[in-house]
Design a protein around this ligand. Sequence first.
Ligand code: NAD
Length: 352
Amino acid sequence: MNILVTGGAGFIGSAVIRHLAGRQGVRIVNLDKLTYAGNPASLGAAASSLHYRFHQADICDDAAVLDILRAEEITHVMHLAAESHVDRSIDGPAEFIQTNIVGTFKLLNAALAYWRELPGERRDAFRFHHVSTDEVFGDLPFESGVFTEDTPYDPSSPYSASKAASDHLVRAWHVTYGLPVVLSNCSNNYGPCHFPEKLIPLVILNALHECEIPVYGQGSNVRDWLYVEDHARALELVVTKGRPGESYNVGGRAERTNLQVVETICDLLDQRRPRGGARSYRDLIRFVADRPGHDRRYAIDPSKIERELGWRAQESFETGIARTIDWYLDNRSWWQPIRERSYAGERLGKVA
Ligand code: NAD
């Protein structure tokens, strides 16, 4: 397999590449523009493998993408490249329309042209895997209902609307042109190499720096959390075993309010890195004005991927969050340059 990962220097893309690195018979080609969110340091030892190649390119450049597909004889595309931060999409939606919608359209066009050139068996085996989010389903009431693959799309933010549009394009390229696509819609991820504008790393690093910990509204919004390595295992199953034209919901059955997440992190840091003076990191929590259009709740029913592809989340929220905190405590060299850059003028987001 020659797998093209778009956005492979990002949070989830780099976890996918670390997960697949060294696998017998797998070559990985990473296509990433290296926006503010892309960080080659996240790839670790995987980047020095003989079976790894990196191309700095924009998915909106369909001619460059087509050249890469041909030159690398790609058998599978895993499309993760995107603008991914909801707050940034509210402040400046244009980049989200460009990368998430136009970029996915350009990538589909390049993939279709390439797929049509392939000889019979390679044509049948080719897959285009579009990686998407549960946010496309929109706002769920508290304590009722879950998202299944049949839940109608009802996105609320410019980010989720742009992802919903890209999902529709991918399905249309399957129905209209026969491109063998698979899709997955996943809940909120957390884990190593998560850019510090997102809720969990922001809380860990603000606490360690004795900075206030901002929480939107009353912290009552509920998200369904999944450890990123569990997501990477799910993505491997979807791209290799998923049925063309199908989508798979991926989630950890781990619903938590934002306040529960923040308090859990504070309590674990109190044990691992006590503040002194019998103070708790919880004292740093500050409630701030809510995000506009903030969906109350997301919750995924992952039974289809469990039943059809045999996937199960291996980390509970408790084990995953402890591993994540330990990773940030042990990997200052990864996050310190990002934090310094943000204080030198680049915006570090509010709360994910
Ligand atoms: P991220 O922001 O950490 O990484 C995105 C990567 O894409 C970066 O490396 C960036 O440089 C690259 N990129 C951006 N624009 C590009 C372009 N025009 N051309 C090429 N590369 C470009 O995002 P993430 O959190 O790793 O998310 C990856 C994918 O998974 C996204 O499609 C996102 O919608 C989806 N997703 C994320 C979550 C989550 O909780 N983070 C959950 C479900 C689905």
